[in-house]
Design a protein around this ligand. Sequence first.
Ligand code: ADP
Ligand code: MG
Length: 287
Amino acid sequence: MIEIKNLSKLYKHHKALQSVNLEISNGIYGLLGPNGAGKSTLMRIMATLMKPTAGDIFIDSYSINSDPEKVRSVIGYLPQHFHVYPQLTPVEILDFVGVMKGIHNKAERRDQIDYWLNEVNLKKKAKEKLKTLSHGMKQRVGIAQAFMGSPKLVILDEPTVGLDPEERLRFRNMISKEGLTKSILLSTHVVTDIESSCYDIAVLQNGKLLLDSTIEDLKEKACNKVWEGMVASTFLESFSDGTLLSTEYKGSHMNVRILADEKPFYGASLVEPTLEDGYLALLGGTN
Ligand code: ADP
Ligand code: MG
């Protein structure tokens, strides 16, 4: 479905993407990486808003370099910062996007608008001006507009930022359903965001692809490396061989979880890693 070939992007002298090669199949695909990794750059290039310095991306076999209009006709895109006219209402924005996506039949547009506003739980705000909506509500208008026009591929750049826990859950359920019939690529720097909705993931760091695999594989990166146990609360003063994952104070002692290749203290025992542990292990414990 999506083939990224030797993709590089240079901003003046800064290498935001360095020879990225990746194939993304159907379903929900997670693009993970710390801030500055190059996720938004990759997605902007995919959405044909920016040209790469080198390389190409093929979406549904159309090239972003030689066939950008065809690419645009099969994708929906939520930018990381979704800014629209504050005087417009969600209905007006979705109507506008519907026209741009080529839905010329007014009744069909109205049906789609109704459907997507319901999916993002915004029916009650359908006719309120955007400037009166909260950040999370605006983000949900952004998510709805990305799905207008039945795109084959929906690109969502940090879609869960600003959503409260209840809306995150609703969003996860929505994309699980949508992922059955279309491809969804979503970026995030929050590991738990992708844990329950994605199976295939890629990890970017400093413009380079670190991992192109699955959630399980990412978790495995911390296998036999996560230790837990009680230590004196002065322990951290001399701690250096590993990454401190968490602490829980209990009087003069504390329970610590540590990411380390070797047993970090007497009495520490190996525990099952979480996805976040795997991510930290992959990044080298530096982020
Ligand atoms: P992410 O979305 O993973 O946080 P970005 O793609 O936004 O990463 O940014 C990747 C790198 O490129 C960062 O170091 C960022 O500062 C830099 N960058 C992004 N956009 C520009 C730009 N328009 N001009 C110069 N540098 C940029
Ligand atoms: Mg970004």
